[in-house]
Design a binder for this molecule. Structure first.
Ligand SMILES: Cc1ncc(COP(=O)(O)O)c(C=O)c1O
Length: 364
């Protein structure tokens, strides 16, 4: 229960409910196992060695990360199988770092252009262990990734550059939003795109060994078929966005910012000391407010300043007392984690431990 915060915390502080965290990890591991999928959780959501360890012990094949420096940070904590699920553009310094990293971990990298494939081939030439690549295809998110039918062009360039082409990956990000139909469509789009990408690779004589997809909102909509690896990230903690989408329940929220009521300027308004520097500034158009307060579910965080969250209450709901400490579940958990030095791990209001956010700020 997130609202049971440890006594005496210096706020604002990110608190993680150890039981909910463990349950979320176990549930996802079981869902992947039951469907016959390999699980490679996206670690950008937690950036934390202790949580990576729990995911791996629960059966994850390895981790996905967004940046080379996240990969380096997790390699330094002993994770030995990493996928940079991002179309890297290797400059001189990244080339050196990639070679160093490839010598100590099994490394996979995303690629979505002929030019990047060539650069990557040059970058890692001569490293002791092969760097494997997955071609990124766009299944509808309209972010990175080539159309699935073009996967062969990029795969050929990668192969010609001396890289080992492992398969393809995609991110069904267009499943985010209020409409449950959109999540279903995104899951089907992802299947179609990876099927098509696999065919494009086979036409070149490259048998794909990994077809990687997945996100937190499309969880539970996976079917056996072209997709064989999943990379959900947010599910370890969940957040106000996932709650608003109906992708998790209140009892599945594992992380909140413990925050003190520092001002009650009006009967229907109070102010907390967790602002955008703690909660992050993410706010999708379809989410009401800047976070969710489990103790005041009817309240709305109407404004977020760097060090203030301004909360409005409906008529008749009494404001909390000055100095009380409340839990605030952020809209999108990845940003607050990246802003914190450590996570306070708690069970039923008792602090158990503090975990360092090891890959904090690892953006390069
Ligand atoms: C490439 C990629 N894979 C996986 C994920 C994880 O998805 P989610 O954040 O919905 O758990 C993300 C999230 O942004 C991503 O960008």
């Amino acid at each position: 229960m997130l609202e049971q915060l440890p006594e005496g915390l210096v706020t604002p502080a990110l608190v993680v409910d150890a039981d909910v965290l463990d349950r979320n990890i176990a549930r996802m591991a079981e869902a992947a196992r039951a469907g016959g999928f390999a699980l490679r959780p996206h670690a950008k959501s937690h950036k934390c060695a202790e949580i990576a360890g729990r995911q791996l012990r629960a059966g994850a094949r390895g981790l996905s990360v967004a940046t080379l420096s996240e990969a380096e940070a997790f390699a330094a904590t002993g994770v030995d199988d990493l996928f940079i699920a991002y179309p890297l553009w290797p400059d001189e310094s990244r080339a050196r770092r990639l070679r160093r990293l490839a010598d100590v971990v099994a490394l996979r990298v995303g690629v979505d252009s002929v030019e990047a494939a060539r650069r990557l081939g040059d970058a890692v030439r001569g490293s002791d262990r092969a760097v494997e690549v997955l071609v990124e295809v766009d299944c509808g998110t309209a972010r990175t990734g080539v159309p699935a039918a073009d996967a062969g062009r990029v795969a050929r360039a990668a192969s010609d550059a001396g890289l080992s082409v492992l398969g393809a990956f995609t991110f069904p990000g267009h499943g985010y939003g209020h409409d449950p139909e959109a999540r279903e469509r995104a899951a089907r789009d992802e299947e179609r795109a990876l099927f098509e990408a696999a065919e494009a690779l086979r036409e070149l004589g490259l048998e794909p060994r990994v077809l990687s997809g997945g996100s937190t909102p499309t969880t539970g909509r996976w079917r056996p078929g072209p997709v064989d690896e999943l990379r959900p990230g947010v599910y370890v903690f969940n957040d106000a966005q996932q709650l608003a989408m109906g992708c998790c329940g209140v009892d599945d929220l594992a992380l909140a910012a413990a925050s003190t009521v520092i001002s009650v300027p009006a009967p229907d308004r109070f102010v907390l000391d967790a602002g955008s520097k703690v909660l992050g500034a993410d706010r999708s158009a379809w989410v009401t407010g800047h976070g969710y307060l489990p103790q005041y579910p009817e309240a709305t965080i109407t404004a977020l300043w760097e060090h203030h969250a301004v909360v409005h209450l409906p008529e008749g709901v009494p404001a909390p007392r000055l100095g009380s400490v409340l839990a605030v579940v952020p809209n999108h958990v990845c940003q607050p984690v990246n802003l914190a030095d450590e996570l306070v791990i708690a069970r039923q209001g008792v602090e158990l431990d503090r975990w360092r956010v090891a890959a904090r700020g690892a953006n390069t």
